[in-house]
Every structure is written in structure tokens, then in C-alpha cells.
Design a protein around this ligand. Structure first.
Ligand SMILES: *[C@@H]1O[C@H](CO)[C@@H](O)[C@H](O)[C@H]1NC(C)=O
Ligand SMILES: *[C@@H]1O[C@H](CO)[C@@H](O)[C@H](O)[C@H]1NC(C)=O
Ligand SMILES: *[C@@H]1O[C@H](CO)[C@@H](O)[C@H](O)[C@H]1NC(C)=O
Ligand SMILES: *[C@@H]1O[C@H](CO)[C@@H](O)[C@H](O)[C@H]1NC(C)=O
Ligand SMILES: *[C@@H]1O[C@H](CO)[C@@H](O)[C@H](O)[C@H]1NC(C)=O
Length: 496
């Protein structure tokens, strides 16, 4: 992968970036009335299509529905309610239809998440997007009609992933309460990847690719997408997950790996969600706050005990912006926290429980990296309900997994201390948390840590998602780029 080949180059880009920021800042002072200068416009808005799903039938999208997810440049051309022409073919017919769309995301990022839908022919075999006489064929997949469990928890894309303790906590909690994790991976330490693969084989999780966006053959100028999309296009991944399971799941949750939910009143998620919605007629999704927590994590798998982990959990009074659990027909797309197209009136704002947000676990051997102290949060005794019988059952399930030969062999290879966590936290802090939560000066730029410098190691290599990248012909106003034949690569490294 072509990335910053040297530190120098990276520094150079950062310096240039700062100079550009300074320039923008001076210009904005000159135009005192303009809060932001208008961004550069290009003749073409470039789009990276993440996925297209075909639904022979859909309860909410109708018969022979198509749904698209993409990231595209909303500065060169306005993408509000953008429409595009879709040609659908089967062996006997072709139909032209207009796809209507909605965006999710914030104005401050050039690339925005867009979901579009239309209806097409029976037994679809091929689709094209057409504009001003030029068209491009786009690959599509059939949406899922069965799910491993009624509750699907979509986990936003992981990169330079190393926190296997957090994964074990989440996967066993979800499993106990009838949830299945659908996890997007960009890059992950190899032994941790193999651990996830074993959990996938045993039916606990589904792994999916989250690709770095690339325009393999752009015919017109563009701005780099990954640096100019909110948090590596998380809203696109969550929307992709929603569209995959729209006809298959009863509930879909849009969480991070560190957002863990313990139901409070019922033994399983499904009953808890049903009961909350039933108590509030007219609602179809739940909004959970996220309470900050810390826990002490074991450095090896043999030392990993769920009982000890729960004993070490400490709660903060801080409850951050929440995450949602939706009935799939209530949502057609989503942003990171919730859809910007669905009214809050049909949600239940759950007061208790809150998600147990475990962003910054503490190393057992006490090595506290100072970077985590940049954002000061006070922790006290546990203030969420975790039932003893659940702790016991989860511990037993963990022990069963630990006993398997595959996992006991992998155990010795898992990283036993943090490497990427403090680096990534520092990058996030500098890019976002500092301005948003500490200085409270507002978000200065598109929230994103893509310029974060991730050092590579000899002893811990990463598996990275990859694919064959394809660019469509020069089309206006939008030129489409996409991918086929995804695979896991050992040749890229621990990058975003
Ligand atoms: C989702 O899209 C379908 C088809 O366009 C529409 O009928 C439905 O109202 C939409 N649902 C939401 C929640 O926006
Ligand atoms: C192709 O689509 C048309 C329109 O939906 C439908 O009438 C026809 O039966 C389809 N052909 C095949 C072979 O499925
Ligand atoms: C839990 O937090 C709430 C406020 O968020 C507070 O009112 C309550 O006293 C706390 N309970 C415990 C046991 O700390
Ligand atoms: C795991 O293996 C140990 C030792 O072989 C055994 O005592 C224990 O019962 C096993 N635990 C489970 C949950 O299978
Ligand atoms: C903490 O992490 C940073 C990387 O962000 C590293 O430069 C620093 O040396 C670490 N400090 C300690 C005390 O481990």
C-alpha cells in the first residue's frame, strides 16, 4: 500500500496541512462575517461505493429493491436529495429507475455517507448507473434473509486492533444475552485475527472487510477521501450492516467494540428491547447513553477472568452521547450515533441501563500511559447492574473456549501489553477530543485520525483488508469507484 513512505514525508504533509489551516484561518479573519470559507469545488464529485444490496422482497423497501451505500464529495456538487439513474437487467428485460437518496454525516467533512434506494426488475442479474449517456456496471450482493441470532450488533471498523481483552468481554457478554457481533476489520494483529476467526467458526461472530477507499483510475481531480471523511467512514459501515441484515434481524445495534450492553430487567436482549418498546407505544428504536468505565485487564489469556474483570470495573458520572438499537424497518441509513432522518419522537431514551463504555482499560502490571490522562475522567464504584448468575455463566463459556486446542495455542501469541492504544488515543485526542470535550472550542476540522503515524513492529504483524479496486468511466456530476474480490492481506501492515 502506498502510504507515507517516510516520517519526513509525513511531517512535510503535516507542516503543509498546518500552513493551509493557518491560511484558511487568516482568510476567515478577513471575512469576519463568513464563519467558514467556501471549499474548493471540482467539476466531478468522486464517490466510493461500499456496497449494493438487492432485496427480491423487502418489508420496508418494497419488491425488487436495491440499496446503495457510498461516500461521496458533497462540496463539488450538493448531494442533498441527490437522484441517480439505475438500469436493472434480467435475462429478458431491462428497466430504468430513479434512485432517491439521503446523506448521514456532518458538513465539515468533504465526503459524506449516502444511502440510496430504488426498485428494479425480478431476478436481477446486472445493474448499471447511468448519467448523461455514460454508464458503469456495479457489482451487487443479495441481502441476507437469515441471521444467526435475532439481535445483530454491528461493530464499527477496527484498525491496528490489539485489544483482544475488550473483544472477549464483548463477544461473551453479547452471546450470553442472545446477540451476534458483525465486526468490520481494516487491520488487526495476526494472532488476534486468528482468535476472531475461531470465534467466527464457532458461530459467535461474523467478520467483514472494511476497505480503505481508493480511486484506482480517477480521470479528474479529487481530494483524498480517507482524510476527509468522518472517522474512516464509520457511518458507511454501520449503514452497510443495517442494509445487510434489514430483512433478517429483529433488532440491529450500532456499537463500537468498547460499547457493552448488559440488559437490566430481562435475561436476553430481545425480551428487554421488546418490553421497552411495548411500554412506549409508537416507538421503534432505543437510545442508550454511554457511561465511561475503566477496568483492569489481564495481560495473558490464561490470566483472563471475567469475574476479576467485572470486580475491577469502575464507573464515571460522565454519560456520553449514546448509541441506538433499532428495529430494521425503522431505519434506512444511520450516522455514528443515530440516523439524522428519523425523528427522536419514535425513540425511547433509556435512562438505565447505560452502555458500559470501556474505552481505556488499565494494564494489570500498572503501566499507565500518560496519554490516557490527557482527558481527565473520575471513576468511582460500579454504577451499572451486572447479575452474578450472568457473570458465572460467562466465565464458564470463556473457560470452555480457553480449553479448545486452537485457542490455547493462540493464547501465547496474543499481545500482552498496549502498543497502538496510546498512540491512537493521542491522535484522537489531538484531532477531536481535546477541542470537543476539554477545551470545548468546537471541532476544528473533519473528525478523523487518518494522518496518525502508526509505527510498524517486527514481532507483531497485521492482517489488513484488501480488494481489487475499480474506477468507472468519467461521469458527471458523479464518477463512481468501487471494489470486488475482497481478501485479507499480510502485505500491508497495521494501518488505517
Ligand atoms: C425507507 O425507504 C422506503 C422506500 O423508499 C420508504 O418507504 C420508507 O418510509 C423509508 N423508511 C424510513 C424510516 O425512512
Ligand atoms: C424480468 O423482469 C420483468 C420485470 O420485473 C419480469 O416481468 C420478468 O418475468 C423477468 N424475467 C425473468 C426471466 O425473471
Ligand atoms: C449512579 O449514578 C447516578 C447519576 O448518574 C447517581 O444518581 C447514583 O447515586 C449513582 N449510584 C451509585 C450506586 O453510585
Ligand atoms: C477446561 O479444562 C480443565 C482442565 O483440563 C477442566 O478442569 C475444566 O473443567 C474445563 N473447563 C471447561 C469449561 O470445559
Ligand atoms: C505513551 O504512549 C506514547 C505514544 O502516544 C509514547 O510516546 C510514550 O512513550 C508512552 N509513555 C509511556 C510512559 O509508556
Amino acid at each position: 500500500m502506498k502510504r507515507f513512505t517516510s516520517k519526513k514525508q509525513c511531517m512535510f504533509i503535516i507542516v503543509i496541512f498546518n500552513l493551509v489551516l493557518l491560511l484558511f484561518y487568516s482568510i476567515s479573519i478577513i471575512f469576519k462575517n463568513e464563519s467558514r470559507i467556501s471549499p474548493e469545488k471540482f467539476p466531478v464529485s468522486h464517490a466510493f461505493i461500499n456496497s449494493v444490496y438487492y432485496y427480491p422482497t423487502s418489508k420496508s423497501l418494497g419488491k425488487n429493491a436495491l440499496a446503495f451505500t457510498m461516500a461521496l464529495d458533497q462540496y463539488s456538487h450538493s448531494m442533498k436529495n441527490h437522484k441517480f439513474t439505475v438500469l436493472g437487467y434480467n435475462s429478458t428485460h431491462s428497466t430504468e429507475s430513479i434512485a432517491t437518496s439521503q446523506t448521514e454525516g456532518i458538513r465539515i467533512c468533504r465526503y459524506v455517507t449516502l444511502m440510496a434506494r430504488t426498485n428494479t426488475v425480478d431476478n436481477l442479474e446486472k445493474i448499471k448507473i447511468e448519467s448523461n449517456g455514460v454508464s458503469v456496471e456495479i457489482p451487487f450482493k443479495i441481502a441476507r434473509y437469515t441471521a444467526p441470532k435475532p439481535v445483530i450488533i454491528c461493530i464499527s471498523p477496527q484498525f491496528a486492533a490489539e485489544q483482544w481483552q475488550m473483544f472477549l468481554m464483548h463477544v461473551h457478554v453479547a452471546n450470553r444475552f442472545g446477540g451476534h457481533l458483525h465486526i468490520y476489520l481494516t487491520s488487526i494483529i495476526e494472532s488476534y485475527f486468528k482468535l476472531m476467526k475461531e470465534y467466527e467458526r464457532q458461530g459467535y461472530i461474523t467478520l467483514d472487510y472494511w476497505l480503505r477507499m481508493k480511486f484506482s483510475d480517477p480521470k479528474t481531480p479529487y481530494i483524498e477521501p480517507n482524510e476527509n471523511v468522518e472517522w474512516r467512514h464509520q457511518a458507511g459501515a454501520q449503514t452497510d450492516c443495517l442494509l445487510q441484515y434489514k430483512e433478517a434481524a429483529e433488532y440491529i445495534a450500532f456499537f463500537d467494540m468498547d460499547d457493552i450492553l448488559f440488559p437490566k430487567e430481562y435475561p436476553i436482549y430481545l425480551e428487554e428491547f421488546n418490553s421497552v418498546l411495548a411500554a412506549h407505544p409508537g416507538t421503534n428504536y432505543l437510545f442508550y447513553g454511554r457511561r465511561e468505565h475503566e477496568f483492569v485487564k489481564a495481560s495473558t489469556l490464561s490470566d483472563f477472568s471475567f469475574t476479576d474483570l467485572v470486580k475491577s470495573l469502575r464507573s464515571s458520572q460522565t454519560i456520553k452521547n449514546g448509541k441506538v438499537v433499532v428495529r430494521p424497518d425503522a431505519y434506512n441509513s444511520t450516522w455514528i450515533h443515530n440516523s439524522q432522518h428519523v425523528s427522536f419522537d419514535t425513540s425511547v431514551k433509556v435512562k438505565s441501563p447505560s452502555l458500559v463504555h470501556v474505552q481505556l482499560p488499565v494494564d494489570k502490571n500498572g503501566k499507565r500511559n500518560h496519554s490516557r490522562d490527557l482527558w481527565k475522567i473520575e471513576f468511582g464504584s460500579l454504577n451499572e447492574t451486572i447479575r452474578e448468575e450472568d457473570v458465572r455463566a460467562i466465565e464458564e463459556d470463556i473457560n470452555r473456549m480457553k480449553n479448545s486446542t486452537v485457542i490455547s495455542t493462540l493464547a501465547l501469541l496474543l499481545p500482552n501489553s498496549d502498543f497502538y492504544l496510546p498512540i491512537v488515543f493521542k491522535c484522537y485526542f489531538d484531532a477531536f477530543y481535546k477541542a470537543a470535550f476539554v477545551a470545548r472550542t468546537g471541532v476544528p476540522r473533519c473528525p478523523n485520525a487518518d494522518i496518525c503515524d502508526l509505527p510498524q513492529r517486527e514481532d507483531y504483524k497485521c492482517i489488513h483488508s484488501d480488494a481489487q479496486y475499480i474506477s468507472g468511466p468519467d461521469m458527471r456530476p458523479v464518477t463512481y469507484h468501487f471494489s470486488t474480490s475482497t481478501f485479507w492481506s499480510k502485505d500491508i501492515g497495521c494501518y488505517q
